[in-house]
Ligand binder design. Structure first.
Ligand code: PGA
Length: 249
């Protein structure tokens, strides 16, 4: 069985004081009840140094929420993989639906970002997911397969080193969670696609994200192809995030 990964996506939330309080509460909770799964927090870029220091004794891995597709140079406002690496970043989200929607990120750009992250020895968490209109039009499979195919074709056999997050856009931040059966159905499609591309697909963690919370985590994580969660809102509350981590044991 694949070890589960519970990753928090803080999005554009936090402050020095709030981060410290949240992380101390999480570390205290994890010290009392050691996690048997992998745990990570993906934080806003300006807080990477703070988080690197707070997490220096382990307990949780550090993640970023985005990265440039370029290696370096005249790209004002961008952050490179080598910069992330200097702050001990282990995971980097790529292709989150908010990036695809508000920043026009294409499948090809997301694939290049995944390539950069892998080449730097870090793990991209590749986000895929359909909108409500796409689901209602019966296009869910086609959309998530197209999004993942771009990453597979750009990364070849290295694809076994990625993490995938299935995040139906209609479930993100809306309180509408995919049912465990709906999520499992898409996860099985993604697993089959990965199996066709890599002999090591069974060890690729496929996370579910979209209004996962303390109440529904257990039934989602019990599905055979759900290997963890990418948690937004509930990752900002220590008690809820710890409950989700406990549900992944
Ligand atoms: P949510 O966000 O848990 O608040 O729905 C998940 C995500 O966008 O990664």
């Amino acid at each position: 069985m694949t070890k589960k990964l519970i990753a928090g996506n803080w999005k554009m939330n936090g402050s020095l004081a709030a981060n410290e309080a949240l992380v101390q509460a999480l570390l205290a909770g994890l010290a009392a009840n050691a996690a048997l799964c992998d745990v990570a927090v993906c934080v806003p870029t300006p807080y990477l140094a703070q988080l690197q220091a707070l997490l220096s004794n382990g307990g949780m891995a550090l993640g970023a929420q985005d990265v440039s597709a370029f290696e370096g140079g005249a790209y004002t406002g961008e952050v490179s993989v080598s910069m992330l690496k200097e702050f001990g970043v282990r995971y980097c989200l790529v292709g989150h639906s908010e990036r695809r929607l508000y920043h026009g990120e294409t499948d090809a750009l997301v694939a290049t970002k995944a390539q950069r992250v892998l080449a730097a020895g870090m793990t991209p968490i590749v986000c895929v997911g359909e909108t409500l209109a796409e689901r209602e039009a019966g296009r869910t499979e086609e959309v998530v397969k197209r999004q993942l195919a771009a990453v597979i074709s750009a990364n070849g056999h290295c694809v076994s080193e990625i993490v995938v997050a299935y995040e139906p856009v209609w479930a993100i931040g809306t309180g509408k969670t995919a049912s465990p059966e709906q999520a499992q159905q898409v996860h099985a499609v993604l697993r089959a696609q990965l199996q066709a591309a890599s002999a090591h697909a069974d060890r690729i963690q496929i996370l579910y994200g979209g209004s996962m919370n303390a109440a529904n985590a257990h039934s989602l994580l019990a599905q055979p192809d759900i290997d963890g969660g990418l948690i937004g809102g509930a990752a900002l509350k220590a008690a809820d995030f710890l409950t989700i981590i406990a549900a992944a044991q």
